[in-house]
Ligand binder design. Structure first.
Ligand SMILES: [Ca+2]
Ligand SMILES: [Ca+2]
Ligand SMILES: [Ca+2]
Length: 380
């Protein structure tokens, strides 16, 4: 096809501008290139606040890659020039504070190719006004890069306004983002952080002040969603919950992730739907067992299988309930009776036989409610 140079160039420019505008401004997240964004009534929440641009640490996203899909980015190069316009704390390598050159298990490239004080841990701060929004729930979406606690024996503490966030710590301390690669984590903030959220200022810190580990990391952005209205990218997880030692399935175990909850069936299987994409922290609990948590990788529109749990019997606290039942009935002279018990009012089992003598008969029975909860006296 032949076009005159003038008009061809003009339409090329227009097309590029339209493409970049469509790619970088969305109703959910506003302008992806902005360092701080606060939007009321997005398709996802009553209030969305973000610190850090959505740009894969400045490397940009691969063609067709959606950072909210839960997929892992391809590996990127390092180190990189820190953009002086960057909001403090994002898009830069930070090496844990306790690192002093003698790591317990070696060190990563981020640690080797950066120096103090450039690579010092910096807090990442979100400031905003709630704008009349009355807080009902709050979630975080954080794009994490090169956290490798299991590889380098780091032990991260994650704090929000100085308060530790146990679930997020547990998740981050299981991450091995060797590559380096990045991935989204979506985390429901427990209610003890609502006062902090309502304050309009959230200061995040990801650090290890104890082990001396040689681990560096980077964070692309942190996004806060206040009062979700849906429309997060989600997937499904399935698995089985069994008992340690016996391997027996545990029925009625409760599996939770984010604000989602499912219960296991008789075979111990569960299916948890609409879990936000990315790395999710999943917990299984059941009466009489110790709870267990792990993380699962969730890709939008897909099912992650085999998110299984093995629960240990909780030996610290065990309660067996016995109920004392007093039976009383009038037994006629010469009549024979049998006391019977049942778990379900359908199948009855014989207990004691009694011959009447025109008197009230009373009997005390101790019984486990789950097995022998119903009693009756039958005339023979
Ligand atoms: Ca950037
Ligand atoms: Ca690392
Ligand atoms: Ca960024």
């Amino acid at each position: 096809m032949k076009t005159r140079i003038g008009s061809g160039w003009a339409s090329f420019v227009a097309m590029v501008m339209a493409f970049s505008a469509a790619a970088q401004v969305t109703p959910e997240d506003g302008d992806w290139s902005a360092q701080t964004v606060s939007i009321l009534n997005t398709p996802q929440a009553q209030l969305m606040v973000r610190v850090g641009d959505i740009d894969n640490l400045g490397f940009g996203w691969p063609e067709g890659f959606d950072p909210f899909s839960g997929e892992t980015t391809p590996a990127h190069t390092y180190p990189w020039e820190v953009d002086p316009l960057e909001t403090a704390g994002t898009d830069r390598i930070m090496v844990v504070t306790s690192y002093e050159g003698n790591p317990p298990a070696g060190q990563d490239g981020y640690t080797s190719f950066t120096q103090r004080p450039d690579n010092a841990v910096r807090p990442i701060v979100l400031t905003y006004t709630l704008g009349g929004v009355s807080l009902q729930n709050a979630a975080l979406q954080i794009f994490l890069d090169d956290f490798q606690a299991p590889v380098w024996q780091a032990n991260y503490q994650v704090t929000v306004n100085g308060q530790r966030v146990a679930g997020l710590e547990a998740l981050i301390n299981q991450l091995s983002q060797t590559g380096p690669v990045g991935r989204l984590v979506t985390f429901e903030l427990p209610s003890q952080f609502y006062a902090a959220v309502a304050s309009g200022r959230l200061e995040f810190e990801f650090d290890d002040r104890t082990t001396g580990a040689g681990d560096g990391y980077a964070i692309d952005f942190i996004k806060l969603l206040v009062n979700r209205t849906g429309a997060l990218s989600t997937g499904t997880i399935t698995g089985v919950v069994t008992a340690a030692g016996t391997g027996q399935p545990i029925a009625n175990a409760v599996v939770t992730s984010f604000d989602r909850q499912a219960t296991t069936d008789a075979a111990g299987n569960y299916t948890l739907t609409n879990v936000p994409a990315g790395l999710a922290y999943v917990t299984a609990s059941a009466a009489g067992y110790e709870s267990a948590s792990r993380f699962a990788e969730i890709i939008v529109g897909q099912t992650t299988p085999d998110v299984d749990f093995v629960l240990a019997v909780d030996t610290t606290f065990r309660l067996n309930i016995y109920v004392a039942v007093e039976l009383e009935f009038f037994a006629r002279q010469g009549e024979n009776y049998v006391l019977q018990y049942s778990a379900d009012l359908t199948t009855w089992h014989n207990d004691e036989q009694i011959t009447g003598s025109n008197q009230w008969v009373s009997r005390l029975r101790s019984t486990r409610p789950a097995t022998q909860r119903y009693w009756r006296a039958e005339r023979l």
